[in-house]
Design a protein around this ligand. Sequence first.
Ligand SMILES: *[C@@H]1O[C@H](CO)[C@@H](O)[C@H](O)[C@H]1NC(C)=O
Ligand SMILES: *[C@@H]1O[C@H](CO)[C@@H](O)[C@H](O)[C@H]1NC(C)=O
Ligand SMILES: *[C@@H]1O[C@H](CO)[C@@H](O)[C@H](O)[C@H]1NC(C)=O
Ligand SMILES: *[C@@H]1O[C@H](CO)[C@@H](O)[C@H](O)[C@H]1NC(C)=O
Length: 367
Amino acid sequence: MKYTAIILILLQCCLALKANSTILHKYESIFNFGDSLSDTGNYLRSAGDHAILPISPYGKTFFGHPTGRFSDGRLTIDFIAEAVGLPYLKPYLEVVNGSVDARSGVNFAVAGATALDPTFFAARGIPAMTMTNHSLNVQLDWFKKLKSSLCTTQKDCDTYFKKSLFLVGEIGGNDYNLAFALGATFEQLRPIVPNVVGAIANATSMLIEHGVVELVVPGNLPIGCLTSYITTAPPFLKNDANTATGCLNRYNDFAKYHNNYLQQELQVLRQKYSHARIIYADYYGDIMRLFESPTQYGFSKSTHVACCGAGGPFNFNVRMMCGSTSKVCKDPSASILWDGVHLTEAAYRHMAKGLLDGPFTSPRLVA
Ligand SMILES: *[C@@H]1O[C@H](CO)[C@@H](O)[C@H](O)[C@H]1NC(C)=O
Ligand SMILES: *[C@@H]1O[C@H](CO)[C@@H](O)[C@H](O)[C@H]1NC(C)=O
Ligand SMILES: *[C@@H]1O[C@H](CO)[C@@H](O)[C@H](O)[C@H]1NC(C)=O
Ligand SMILES: *[C@@H]1O[C@H](CO)[C@@H](O)[C@H](O)[C@H]1NC(C)=O
């Protein structure tokens, strides 16, 4: 009896392992849209000599040199590629002029990118990121241009896309980040949430109209936990911090508001395109658990202190971001936040695990 139970447990374990890897290995390509959370080199290539970031010590833990990733090493998208058994995603701007084969996937994400076009913000006098103009629409145009090199006939494309995983984001965080940093109020930014989410939903529809059927659409992070928000928040918001995590409640509530809105729109799309698999990725919950129980994941209790920065209590100064003259912590794997805005490789690894093995995708990416 006892032995049977053990054998059953062993069997379950190994069948489960086989099942997930089989599901993931059905993907023969991965395509990604987004911002600095997943950019693997487009910003660096597009900005050329004007690129201020990410210079050394970015890339210090893995790769050993700056690659254009805004972290000390691999990003969530890199760990997903590893799990699927595919090479790390090449930035589109490297593929487009080279002889690189794009058929195993391409990364269109650009650091600083917004979901809405710069003209949207200009028309409303809302300050928006000026790092790049490569908004989601520009990234979609890149995809349309590239598509003919991936597949030609409708039938060919359908077959190809059935085995392709598309990540539409995270994108949209930058539509709010700068405005908040410059003192925009919740009342000013809440009305644009439907527009930001609309842009993400439109992108998702457009891809499905092109034949894409496997899509992951992530929500926003718990922005109230980021050093950048914590250090620049006005006093009345700083004083409204969660007693357990130290994260700022009102900013996190705003991120949740965006995420709820996004999930509602995805539900509409699921009804319209019932043949597609539209998966919501809960980046908020996936990251929040790290701030709630840092030691359980191997992180120090000083969760809001950036690993790389210009010194001070949070090792963060928005005018002197992580760069060659910064103070870098001894063990980046003990920090959740790399530069106060972006996460460390260690945190991204947990995030990817939470998406692949954990409960943070809905419906589950790996059933
Ligand atoms: C497969 O899933 C199980 C439980 O959901 C998890 O424990 C295991 O680590 C996963 N394996 C892989 C290879 O993702
Ligand atoms: C690609 O090459 C074309 C033509 O040589 C050039 O105009 C364009 O700027 C290049 N693009 C990138 C991203 O290097
Ligand atoms: C974005 O576009 C505006 C208007 O065309 C231009 O002035 C600005 O230099 C562009 N910014 C970047 C980073 O390319
Ligand atoms: C989304 O697409 C609809 C229909 O094409 C359009 O009317 C709307 O302006 C788009 N929204 C955004 C935010 O791009």
